[in-house]
Design a protein around this ligand. Structure first.
Ligand SMILES: Cc1cc2nc3c(=O)[nH]c(=O)nc-3n(C[C@H](O)[C@H](O)[C@H](O)COP(=O)(O)O)c2cc1C
Length: 366
Protein backbone atom coordinates (compact mmCIF):
# COMPACT_ATOMS: atom_id res chain seq x y z
CA UNK A 1 0.00 0.00 0.00
CA UNK A 2 1.44 3.39 -0.89
CA UNK A 3 0.45 7.05 -0.81
CA UNK A 4 -1.44 8.89 0.58
CA UNK A 5 -1.08 6.91 3.87
CA UNK A 6 2.69 7.09 3.55
CA UNK A 7 3.05 10.69 2.45
CA UNK A 8 4.66 13.09 4.94
CA UNK A 9 2.42 15.63 6.66
CA UNK A 10 3.44 19.15 7.57
CA UNK A 11 1.20 21.70 9.26
CA UNK A 12 2.55 24.00 11.98
CA UNK A 13 4.10 21.88 14.71
CA UNK A 14 2.83 18.66 13.09
CA UNK A 15 5.81 17.53 11.03
CA UNK A 16 5.35 13.83 10.42
CA UNK A 17 6.92 11.29 8.05
CA UNK A 18 3.56 9.61 7.30
CA UNK A 19 -0.15 9.80 8.15
CA UNK A 20 -0.24 6.98 10.71
CA UNK A 21 -0.92 7.72 14.38
CA UNK A 22 -1.04 5.31 17.31
CA UNK A 23 -4.42 6.01 18.95
CA UNK A 24 -4.44 6.63 22.71
CA UNK A 25 -4.65 3.23 24.44
CA UNK A 26 -5.15 2.83 28.17
CA UNK A 27 -2.97 -0.05 29.37
CA UNK A 28 -3.33 0.32 33.17
CA UNK A 29 0.30 -0.68 33.69
CA UNK A 30 1.74 2.24 35.67
CA UNK A 31 2.91 1.89 39.27
CA UNK A 32 0.16 2.17 41.92
CA UNK A 33 1.16 5.82 42.44
CA UNK A 34 0.79 6.69 38.75
CA UNK A 35 4.40 6.56 37.49
CA UNK A 36 5.10 5.32 33.97
CA UNK A 37 7.39 2.27 34.14
CA UNK A 38 10.47 1.21 32.14
CA UNK A 39 8.22 -1.41 30.50
CA UNK A 40 5.92 1.36 29.29
CA UNK A 41 8.93 3.26 27.89
CA UNK A 42 9.97 0.14 25.97
CA UNK A 43 6.39 -0.38 24.75
CA UNK A 44 6.14 3.16 23.36
CA UNK A 45 9.62 2.94 21.83
CA UNK A 46 8.45 -0.17 19.99
CA UNK A 47 5.84 1.92 18.15
CA UNK A 48 8.49 4.44 17.10
CA UNK A 49 10.55 1.55 15.72
CA UNK A 50 7.50 0.22 13.88
CA UNK A 51 7.30 3.36 11.75
CA UNK A 52 4.28 5.25 13.15
CA UNK A 53 4.35 8.96 12.32
CA UNK A 54 3.01 9.99 15.73
CA UNK A 55 2.21 8.27 19.03
CA UNK A 56 -0.57 9.53 21.31
CA UNK A 57 -0.15 8.05 24.78
CA UNK A 58 -2.80 6.47 26.94
CA UNK A 59 -5.11 8.82 28.87
CA UNK A 60 -3.12 10.33 31.75
CA UNK A 61 -4.71 11.99 34.78
CA UNK A 62 -4.19 15.67 35.53
CA UNK A 63 -4.75 16.22 39.27
CA UNK A 64 -4.47 14.43 42.59
CA UNK A 65 -8.18 14.64 43.31
CA UNK A 66 -10.80 12.90 41.17
CA UNK A 67 -9.31 12.94 37.66
CA UNK A 68 -7.85 9.42 37.81
CA UNK A 69 -10.21 6.97 36.12
CA UNK A 70 -8.49 3.64 36.54
CA UNK A 71 -6.22 1.87 38.99
CA UNK A 72 -2.68 1.75 37.56
CA UNK A 73 -3.41 4.63 35.14
CA UNK A 74 -0.42 6.99 34.82
CA UNK A 75 -0.54 10.61 36.01
CA UNK A 76 1.38 13.79 35.12
CA UNK A 77 0.97 15.59 38.45
CA UNK A 78 3.92 14.85 40.74
CA UNK A 79 7.66 15.39 40.10
CA UNK A 80 8.11 11.61 40.20
CA UNK A 81 5.46 11.16 37.48
CA UNK A 82 7.13 13.80 35.29
CA UNK A 83 10.51 12.09 35.70
CA UNK A 84 8.97 8.69 34.98
CA UNK A 85 7.40 9.88 31.72
CA UNK A 86 10.80 11.32 30.70
CA UNK A 87 12.01 7.70 30.23
CA UNK A 88 9.30 7.14 27.62
CA UNK A 89 9.85 10.39 25.72
CA UNK A 90 13.63 9.80 25.68
CA UNK A 91 13.14 6.22 24.44
CA UNK A 92 10.77 7.29 21.64
CA UNK A 93 12.97 10.19 20.56
CA UNK A 94 16.08 7.97 20.56
CA UNK A 95 14.22 5.71 18.11
CA UNK A 96 13.37 8.68 15.89
CA UNK A 97 9.69 8.93 16.89
CA UNK A 98 7.32 11.64 18.10
CA UNK A 99 5.07 11.26 21.16
CA UNK A 100 2.36 13.42 22.71
CA UNK A 101 0.60 12.95 26.04
CA UNK A 102 -3.17 12.53 26.27
CA UNK A 103 -4.49 14.54 29.24
CA UNK A 104 -7.68 13.26 30.81
CA UNK A 105 -10.17 13.77 33.60
CA UNK A 106 -12.48 10.78 33.98
CA UNK A 107 -15.35 12.71 35.61
CA UNK A 108 -18.35 10.48 36.27
CA UNK A 109 -16.68 7.53 34.49
CA UNK A 110 -13.99 7.26 37.16
CA UNK A 111 -13.87 3.69 38.40
CA UNK A 112 -10.50 3.32 40.09
CA UNK A 113 -8.89 6.07 42.13
CA UNK A 114 -6.83 5.17 45.22
CA UNK A 115 -7.76 8.58 46.68
CA UNK A 116 -11.41 7.57 47.02
CA UNK A 117 -14.58 6.44 45.31
CA UNK A 118 -16.23 9.86 45.01
CA UNK A 119 -16.34 10.97 41.36
CA UNK A 120 -17.19 14.48 40.10
CA UNK A 121 -19.17 15.66 37.07
CA UNK A 122 -21.20 18.62 35.77
CA UNK A 123 -24.32 17.09 37.35
CA UNK A 124 -24.99 14.36 39.92
CA UNK A 125 -26.20 11.76 37.41
CA UNK A 126 -25.06 8.14 37.55
CA UNK A 127 -23.66 7.07 34.16
CA UNK A 128 -25.45 4.28 32.32
CA UNK A 129 -23.83 0.90 31.95
CA UNK A 130 -21.32 -1.06 33.96
CA UNK A 131 -17.75 -0.11 34.77
CA UNK A 132 -15.10 -1.69 32.55
CA UNK A 133 -13.65 -4.99 33.71
CA UNK A 134 -10.71 -4.77 31.38
CA UNK A 135 -9.49 -1.79 33.43
CA UNK A 136 -9.82 -3.63 36.73
CA UNK A 137 -13.26 -3.15 38.23
CA UNK A 138 -16.87 -4.26 38.12
CA UNK A 139 -20.38 -3.15 39.05
CA UNK A 140 -22.27 0.13 38.50
CA UNK A 141 -20.68 3.57 38.31
CA UNK A 142 -20.83 5.80 41.41
CA UNK A 143 -23.17 8.79 41.52
CA UNK A 144 -20.83 11.76 40.93
CA UNK A 145 -20.84 14.95 43.00
CA UNK A 146 -21.83 18.02 40.95
CA UNK A 147 -18.84 20.36 40.61
CA UNK A 148 -19.06 23.85 42.12
CA UNK A 149 -17.35 26.96 40.69
CA UNK A 150 -14.17 26.41 42.69
CA UNK A 151 -14.01 22.77 41.61
CA UNK A 152 -14.40 23.70 37.93
CA UNK A 153 -11.71 26.41 38.18
CA UNK A 154 -9.32 23.96 39.88
CA UNK A 155 -9.74 21.37 37.12
CA UNK A 156 -9.17 23.95 34.35
CA UNK A 157 -5.98 25.05 36.15
CA UNK A 158 -4.95 21.40 36.59
CA UNK A 159 -5.15 20.80 32.82
CA UNK A 160 -2.89 23.84 32.31
CA UNK A 161 -0.36 22.65 34.89
CA UNK A 162 -0.47 19.10 33.49
CA UNK A 163 0.30 20.47 30.01
CA UNK A 164 3.24 22.40 31.50
CA UNK A 165 4.42 19.21 33.20
CA UNK A 166 4.15 17.34 29.90
CA UNK A 167 6.45 19.89 28.29
CA UNK A 168 8.92 19.37 31.13
CA UNK A 169 8.72 15.60 30.60
CA UNK A 170 9.85 16.08 26.99
CA UNK A 171 6.60 15.39 25.12
CA UNK A 172 6.21 16.83 21.61
CA UNK A 173 2.79 18.09 22.62
CA UNK A 174 -0.47 17.17 24.35
CA UNK A 175 -3.90 15.96 23.32
CA UNK A 176 -6.84 16.98 25.52
CA UNK A 177 -9.24 14.05 25.96
CA UNK A 178 -12.68 15.46 25.17
CA UNK A 179 -14.02 12.15 23.84
CA UNK A 180 -15.47 8.82 24.96
CA UNK A 181 -17.80 10.16 27.65
CA UNK A 182 -15.20 11.49 30.11
CA UNK A 183 -15.44 14.84 31.94
CA UNK A 184 -15.09 17.22 28.98
CA UNK A 185 -17.58 15.15 26.96
CA UNK A 186 -19.90 15.20 30.01
CA UNK A 187 -19.91 19.01 29.94
CA UNK A 188 -20.62 19.00 26.19
CA UNK A 189 -23.70 16.77 26.25
CA UNK A 190 -27.03 17.73 27.84
CA UNK A 191 -27.86 14.29 29.25
CA UNK A 192 -24.85 14.47 31.57
CA UNK A 193 -24.82 18.29 31.89
CA UNK A 194 -28.10 19.50 33.37
CA UNK A 195 -26.69 22.60 34.99
CA UNK A 196 -28.77 25.75 35.06
CA UNK A 197 -25.77 28.07 35.56
CA UNK A 198 -23.37 29.45 32.92
CA UNK A 199 -21.76 26.00 32.36
CA UNK A 200 -24.93 24.27 31.13
CA UNK A 201 -28.01 24.76 28.95
CA UNK A 202 -27.21 26.23 25.53
CA UNK A 203 -24.44 24.77 23.37
CA UNK A 204 -22.51 27.99 23.93
CA UNK A 205 -22.61 27.38 27.69
CA UNK A 206 -21.77 23.67 27.35
CA UNK A 207 -18.74 24.64 25.25
CA UNK A 208 -17.38 26.96 27.95
CA UNK A 209 -15.62 24.24 29.93
CA UNK A 210 -13.94 22.52 26.96
CA UNK A 211 -12.82 25.91 25.62
CA UNK A 212 -11.49 27.01 29.02
CA UNK A 213 -9.48 23.78 29.29
CA UNK A 214 -8.10 24.35 25.78
CA UNK A 215 -7.16 27.93 26.65
CA UNK A 216 -5.30 26.73 29.76
CA UNK A 217 -3.46 24.16 27.65
CA UNK A 218 -2.78 26.70 24.89
CA UNK A 219 -1.15 29.01 27.47
CA UNK A 220 1.10 26.12 28.56
CA UNK A 221 2.06 24.62 25.20
CA UNK A 222 4.40 26.78 23.09
CA UNK A 223 3.45 27.37 19.44
CA UNK A 224 6.16 24.97 18.28
CA UNK A 225 4.65 22.01 20.16
CA UNK A 226 1.56 20.07 19.24
CA UNK A 227 -1.87 20.75 20.80
CA UNK A 228 -4.89 18.62 20.00
CA UNK A 229 -8.40 17.83 21.17
CA UNK A 230 -10.07 14.44 20.90
CA UNK A 231 -13.85 14.40 20.37
CA UNK A 232 -16.38 11.64 19.73
CA UNK A 233 -20.05 10.90 19.78
CA UNK A 234 -19.43 7.42 21.18
CA UNK A 235 -18.74 6.93 24.88
CA UNK A 236 -16.80 4.27 26.76
CA UNK A 237 -20.08 3.22 28.39
CA UNK A 238 -22.27 3.72 25.29
CA UNK A 239 -20.61 3.04 21.91
CA UNK A 240 -23.70 4.11 19.94
CA UNK A 241 -24.28 7.50 21.64
CA UNK A 242 -24.95 10.44 19.32
CA UNK A 243 -24.79 14.20 19.68
CA UNK A 244 -28.30 15.38 20.42
CA UNK A 245 -28.63 18.06 17.72
CA UNK A 246 -26.80 16.21 14.99
CA UNK A 247 -25.35 18.28 12.17
CA UNK A 248 -26.14 21.64 13.83
CA UNK A 249 -24.35 20.57 17.00
CA UNK A 250 -21.35 19.32 15.04
CA UNK A 251 -21.15 22.62 13.20
CA UNK A 252 -21.39 24.59 16.46
CA UNK A 253 -18.74 22.52 18.22
CA UNK A 254 -16.26 22.41 15.32
CA UNK A 255 -16.68 26.09 14.45
CA UNK A 256 -15.92 27.01 18.07
CA UNK A 257 -12.85 24.78 18.04
CA UNK A 258 -11.77 26.44 14.81
CA UNK A 259 -11.17 29.64 16.79
CA UNK A 260 -8.54 27.98 19.04
CA UNK A 261 -5.21 28.75 17.39
CA UNK A 262 -2.87 25.98 16.28
CA UNK A 263 -5.15 23.09 17.27
CA UNK A 264 -5.67 19.71 15.63
CA UNK A 265 -8.83 17.65 16.13
CA UNK A 266 -8.84 13.89 16.66
CA UNK A 267 -12.25 12.47 15.85
CA UNK A 268 -12.89 8.96 17.12
CA UNK A 269 -15.74 6.56 16.72
CA UNK A 270 -15.90 3.07 18.12
CA UNK A 271 -18.47 2.26 15.45
CA UNK A 272 -16.45 3.43 12.44
CA UNK A 273 -16.12 6.40 10.09
CA UNK A 274 -19.30 6.15 8.01
CA UNK A 275 -21.07 9.40 6.99
CA UNK A 276 -23.15 10.99 9.78
CA UNK A 277 -26.34 13.09 10.02
CA UNK A 278 -27.19 12.63 6.31
CA UNK A 279 -24.31 15.00 5.59
CA UNK A 280 -22.50 12.62 3.28
CA UNK A 281 -19.38 13.19 5.41
CA UNK A 282 -17.86 11.34 8.34
CA UNK A 283 -17.69 13.22 11.65
CA UNK A 284 -13.99 13.71 10.85
CA UNK A 285 -14.96 15.26 7.52
CA UNK A 286 -17.36 17.65 9.26
CA UNK A 287 -14.64 18.55 11.77
CA UNK A 288 -12.26 19.42 8.95
CA UNK A 289 -14.88 21.40 7.04
CA UNK A 290 -16.11 23.50 9.98
CA UNK A 291 -12.89 23.96 11.98
CA UNK A 292 -10.29 24.37 9.24
CA UNK A 293 -7.86 22.50 11.53
CA UNK A 294 -5.91 19.35 10.66
CA UNK A 295 -7.97 16.27 11.57
CA UNK A 296 -7.06 12.75 12.68
CA UNK A 297 -9.80 10.24 11.84
CA UNK A 298 -10.19 7.13 14.00
CA UNK A 299 -12.38 4.05 14.20
CA UNK A 300 -12.22 0.74 12.36
CA UNK A 301 -9.82 1.97 9.70
CA UNK A 302 -7.38 -0.95 9.90
CA UNK A 303 -8.24 -2.44 6.54
CA UNK A 304 -6.51 0.62 5.07
CA UNK A 305 -8.91 1.15 2.15
CA UNK A 306 -11.32 3.52 3.92
CA UNK A 307 -8.34 5.23 5.55
CA UNK A 308 -6.84 5.93 2.13
CA UNK A 309 -10.23 7.16 0.89
CA UNK A 310 -10.71 9.56 3.82
CA UNK A 311 -7.29 11.03 3.12
CA UNK A 312 -7.79 11.17 -0.64
CA UNK A 313 -11.25 12.79 -0.28
CA UNK A 314 -9.93 15.43 2.11
CA UNK A 315 -12.01 14.24 5.08
CA UNK A 316 -8.91 13.72 7.23
CA UNK A 317 -5.21 14.52 7.25
CA UNK A 318 -4.11 11.69 9.51
CA UNK A 319 -5.42 8.27 10.54
CA UNK A 320 -5.14 6.71 13.97
CA UNK A 321 -5.42 3.01 14.71
CA UNK A 322 -6.23 1.57 18.14
CA UNK A 323 -6.76 -2.18 18.20
CA UNK A 324 -4.57 -2.67 15.12
CA UNK A 325 -1.71 -0.95 16.97
CA UNK A 326 -2.22 -3.23 19.97
CA UNK A 327 -2.08 -6.22 17.62
CA UNK A 328 0.99 -5.22 15.64
CA UNK A 329 3.46 -2.40 16.41
CA UNK A 330 4.97 -2.92 12.94
CA UNK A 331 1.68 -2.16 11.14
CA UNK A 332 3.11 0.82 9.15
CA UNK A 333 6.29 -0.95 8.09
CA UNK A 334 4.48 -4.15 7.14
CA UNK A 335 1.67 -2.46 5.22
CA UNK A 336 4.10 -0.30 3.31
CA UNK A 337 6.00 -3.45 2.31
CA UNK A 338 2.78 -5.19 1.26
CA UNK A 339 2.94 -7.64 4.19
CA UNK A 340 -0.10 -8.53 6.29
CA UNK A 341 -0.02 -7.26 9.90
CA UNK A 342 -1.04 -9.48 12.83
CA UNK A 343 -4.83 -9.11 13.25
CA UNK A 344 -6.37 -7.95 16.52
CA UNK A 345 -7.73 -10.59 18.88
CA UNK A 346 -9.77 -9.59 21.98
CA UNK A 347 -7.59 -11.98 23.99
CA UNK A 348 -4.82 -9.40 23.60
CA UNK A 349 -6.62 -7.11 26.06
CA UNK A 350 -8.34 -9.76 28.20
CA UNK A 351 -9.07 -10.14 31.02
CA UNK A 352 -7.22 -6.87 31.75
CA UNK A 353 -5.87 -4.52 29.04
CA UNK A 354 -2.44 -4.26 30.64
CA UNK A 355 0.96 -4.92 29.13
CA UNK A 356 1.20 -8.37 30.68
CA UNK A 357 -1.90 -9.61 28.86
CA UNK A 358 -1.34 -12.04 26.06
CA UNK A 359 0.12 -9.92 23.27
CA UNK A 360 0.98 -11.10 19.81
CA UNK A 361 4.21 -9.14 19.86
CA UNK A 362 7.15 -9.03 22.12
CA UNK A 363 9.20 -6.11 23.29
CA UNK A 364 12.17 -5.96 25.55
CA UNK A 365 13.64 -3.55 28.02
CA UNK A 366 16.78 -1.68 27.19
C1 LIG B 1 -7.67 -1.16 25.28
C2 LIG B 1 -8.14 0.17 24.79
C3 LIG B 1 -7.78 1.32 25.48
C4 LIG B 1 -8.19 2.58 25.05
N1 LIG B 1 -7.79 3.70 25.73
C5 LIG B 1 -8.10 4.93 25.28
C6 LIG B 1 -7.58 6.11 25.91
O1 LIG B 1 -6.81 6.05 26.87
N2 LIG B 1 -7.94 7.30 25.38
C7 LIG B 1 -8.78 7.42 24.30
O2 LIG B 1 -9.07 8.53 23.86
N3 LIG B 1 -9.27 6.32 23.67
C8 LIG B 1 -8.93 5.10 24.13
N4 LIG B 1 -9.38 3.98 23.45
C9 LIG B 1 -10.12 4.14 22.19
C10 LIG B 1 -9.15 4.03 21.00
O3 LIG B 1 -8.22 5.09 20.98
C11 LIG B 1 -9.91 4.02 19.65
O4 LIG B 1 -10.65 5.20 19.57
C12 LIG B 1 -10.84 2.83 19.50
O5 LIG B 1 -10.15 1.63 19.81
C13 LIG B 1 -11.40 2.75 18.08
O6 LIG B 1 -10.33 2.70 17.14
P1 LIG B 1 -9.91 1.30 16.43
O7 LIG B 1 -11.13 0.83 15.69
O8 LIG B 1 -8.77 1.64 15.54
O9 LIG B 1 -9.50 0.35 17.53
C14 LIG B 1 -8.99 2.70 23.88
C15 LIG B 1 -9.36 1.54 23.20
C16 LIG B 1 -8.95 0.30 23.62
C17 LIG B 1 -9.33 -0.93 22.82
Amino acid sequence: MTAPLFEPFRHGPLDLPNRLVVAPLTRVSATPDGCATPEMAAYYRRYAEGGWGLIVTEATYVDDHASQGYFRQPGIVTAAQVAAWRQATDAVHAAGGRIILQLSHAGALGQGNPRGRQTVAPSAIRPAGEIARRYRGKGPYAVPAALDEAGIAAIIAAFGQAARNAMEAGFDGVEIHGANGYLIHQFLTPDSNQRSDGWGGSLENRLRFPLAVLQAARDAVPEGRILGLRLSQSRANDAGAQWQDGAAEAEGIFTAMGRVPGLYLHISSHTGCAPVFDSGLSLAGLARRHSGHPVIANGRLESGDLAQKLLADGEADLISLGKAAIADPDWPTKVQRGEIPVPFDPDMISPVADLTSRMAWDWSLG
